[in-house]
Design a protein around this ligand. Structure first.
Ligand code: DX5
Ligand code: ZN
Length: 218
């Protein structure tokens, strides 16, 4: 079986203490950090970019960083994120449909793994032809832009289809995933679990991360 990983999203943490919050998540059992990058254009919200990610990298040299690029021009930030030693560069295919293959190549040439993300309204057929070029596929289970939204269980058929056709693919889910919704994700076949508010707002992060992991591994 594929190894399951839990990647907390720091979006709803106290961003004035990004390093402390990230270190705490790693100490509490996070397998990787899911860093939500928003440009105020692809999504109606802003977070941070590669300069901040690079500062975080200087303090957390070993952690696995995924940047979830909710941006209209993913090509623009490849170099900066590679320079920040990002491990996995996950971008949305919607604004760059005709360039997905060349972008995948550029991300890999820059030394990062590449992920392809789908908004809830984007059907699986849109990514089908690109799967072989990607290291992971991210199925969004909320509309990207904000943490703390409600999980969309009707996205699970996409995960099921991917798992059925690609038994070895890393499949990530993101949005509204917590103790009540992770079961559906695990059953559908997701093996990379992003969870934001469910972890950040809990009183016992370590316990929540452990039970998330238990569900997805059982
Ligand atoms: C949404 C982000 C998610 C989000 C997850 O735009 O991509 O990573 O922060 O947070 P929760 O788990 O609270 O939905
Ligand atoms: Zn995200």
């Amino acid at each position: 079986p594929l190894k399951c990983k839990i990647g907390p999203s720091i979006l709803n943490s106290d961003l004035s203490m990004l390093y402390e919050e990230s270190q705490k998540l790693l100490d509490n059992g996070a397998d990787y950090l899911h860093l939500d990058v928003m440009d105020g254009n692809f999504v109606p919200n802003l977070t941070f970019g590669h300069p901040v990610v690079k500062c975080l990298r200087n303090k957390l040299r070993k952690a696995f960083f995924e940047t979830h690029m909710m941006v209209a021009e993913p090509e623009k930030w490849i170099e900066g994120m590679a320079d920040a030693n990002v491990n996995l560069y996950t971008f949305h295919i919607e604004p760059v449909m005709d360039e997905v293959i060349s972008l995948c190549r550029k991300v890999k040439e820059a030394g990062m793994q590449v992920g392809l993300a789908l908004k809830p309204g984007t059907g699986i057929e849109a990514v089908r032809q690109y799967i072989e070029h990607a290291d992971i596929i991210l199925i969004m289970t909320v509309e990207p832009g904000f943490g703390g939204q409600q999980f969309m269980s009707d996205m699970m058929p996409k995960v099921q289809w991917l798992r059925h056709n690609y038994p070895n693919l890393d499949i990530e889910v993101d949005g509204g995933v917590g103790l009540n919704t992770i079961n559906a994700c695990a059953e559908a076949g997701a093996n990379m679990i992003v969870s934001g508010t469910a972890i950040i707002k809990s009183v016992d992060q370590k316990a929540v991360i452990a039970s998330l992991r238990e569900t997805v591994e059982s």
